[in-house]
Design a protein around this ligand. Structure first.
Ligand code: PLP
Length: 463
């Protein structure tokens, strides 16, 4: 600190006067690659406002956000009900985080969440997706008295050490050894699951119903059959709904589509409407009773900020809006229509090899084109780096149409759509028109590729 100041603290002024320094500040004080990467790919915009599914730059241009902050803005940005709830909770002057009482809003949010998962009994609240997963892993170990957790190839469950130990992607794990001795099995492979379970030391399988990386949907029947096997071996099924939960896939929880009743379920992201970090671990009563088995163990798993009033208020308001506006049904209807239209489009474009997903979690996969004319640029990109074609599409959507999407994982030719659950058919149509334009360009020749490589070449040099 440089000393006392008489200046009043004015957040609005601070943002107005220094907001434009964001990339310079990040480059100087934060992750050294963030600003550099965004600059190199031409995504280093200065957004000055946001509303619903749109971001706005200083010139008032709107950007349709099909990424929704990695899925947190289920209600779009600045939902008035959640905002009001947050104002109200601050104005209420609550005695929050006393640490020696039972926070009332946490009880109410737990009650509300469990109404969506009636086979489960209790909820632990933390502050993020990875914390929800850490709790699930610890709960499973303690409840079963076993140490090994099975996870799936390509799984993503977060990046703290426990979650990283069940992460199925080399690029995240590398350099952080030693991790916990957990074991990867192929997603959807029941024989591999049975083989590992026979060793008798497995506490649980942790699995995403739809993997965020690559938008891989669990094969029909996989989750119930896996749960049967796990039960036979007295091991638990943890379903990680951090991304798929709270309506994203057209059911409140994606596991409900598969007709399975997991022992432990994690949620986060959309739970607070994107406003306040939050994580939730839902589980059966007997599991909680094993973890918190005596008064001595009352704080055996806990987090100082877990259950804080702002997160709980935002959660309650978010679930209220979700129900009031029937957003889970909207996600199903608008998502199915969008997916259908994308499948129709896929017929026209050689480079689209698959469209998949559920509700408003959709993956578009690109693959080798049939015609020789298109194969040369395709292979040139593959040679440079797998995933670059998808990146050129993401780049085209952004630079030509002001639509924000993402490549769904390193070295993957898949783009992922996880827009707000409020998405209207008109907004979905804007995406479709832009996507069709970008794919027309890709099908015609190398304009897209040229634009992207030019951006990369000039900006990496200056970055
Ligand atoms: N689990 C899944 C399925 C996720 O998709 C993510 C994040 O994308 C996480 C866990 C980790 O969540 P967080 O980034 O809030 O730690």
């Amino acid at each position: 600190m440089s000393g006392a100041t008489d200046e009043p603290f004015e957040l609005k002024r601070l943002v107005e006067t220094r907001g434009a320094e964001r990339y310079a500040l990040a480059a100087k004080h934060g992750n050294p690659q963030l600003a550099r990467t965004l600059h190199a790919i031409g995504f280093d915009k200065i957004y000055t406002a946001a509303a619903g599914p749109y971001l706005y730059d200083g010139d008032g241009h709107d950007y349709l956000d099909m990424l929704a902050g990695f899925g947190v803005f289920a209600l779009g940005r600045h939902d008035p009900t959640v905002r009001q709830a947050l104002h109200d909770v601050l104005d209420a002057g609550l005695a929050d985080l006393t640490q020696f009482d039972a926070p009332p809003l946490a009880g109410l949010l737990a009650e509300r969440l469990l109404a969506e998962a009636p086979h489960l009994d209790r909820v632990y609240f933390g502050n993020s997706g990875t914390e929800a997963v850490e709790a699930a892993l610890k709960f499973a170990r303690r409840a079963t008295g076993r140490g090994r957790v099975l996870y799936c190839d390509h799984a993503f469950h977060g990046l703290t050490v426990g979650s990283l130990s069940v992460n199925g992607a080399k690029e995240f794990r590398s350099g952080f050894d030693p991790l916990l001795p957990d074991t990867a099995i192929p997603f959807g492979d029941l024989a591999a699951l049975a083989r590992e379970l026979r060793r008798g030391d497995v506490a649980a399988l942790i699995v995403e119903p739809i993997q965020g990386k690559g938008v891989a949907v669990a094969p029909a029947g996989y989750l119930p059959a896996a749960h049967d096997l796990l039960k036979q071996h007295k091991a638990l099924l943890i379903v990680d709904e951090v991304q798929t939960g709270i309506g994203r896939t057209g059911d409140f929880f994606a596991y409900q589509h598969d007709g399975v009743e997991p022992d432990i379920v994690t949620a986060a992201k959309a739970l607070s409407g994107g406003y306040v970090p939050v994580g939730a671990t839902l589980a059966k009563d007997w599991i909680f009773r094993k973890v918190y088995s005596s008064m001595d163990r009352v704080l055996v798993h806990d987090s100082t900020f877990g259950s804080n009033a702002q997160a709980m208020a935002a959660g309650l308001a978010t679930l209220h809006v979700l129900e009031r506006d029937a957003l889970v049904v909207n996600a199903r209807i608008v998502g199915e229509r969008l997916q259908r239209r994308l499948c129709e489009a896929a017929e026209r474009y050689e480079m689209i090899s698959d469209v998949r997903g559920r509700g408003l979690m959709i993956g578009i996969e690109f693959g080798r084109p049939e015609s020789w004319r298109l194969r040369a640029p395709w292979f040139a990109l593959q040679l440079a780096r797998k995933g670059l074609f998808a990146q050129t599409v993401v780049h085209g959507l952004f630079q030509r149409h002001r639509i924000l999407t993402q490549v769904s994982g390193d070295h993957l030719e898949v783009i992922k759509l996880i827009p707000p659950l409020t998405l209207t058919e008109a907004e979905a149509d804007r995406f479709l028109a832009a996507f069709t334009d970008v794919m027309d360009e890709a099908q015609r020749g190398s304009g897209l590729l040229r634009d992207f490589t030019r951006t990369l070449a000039t900006r990496s040099r200056h970055g």
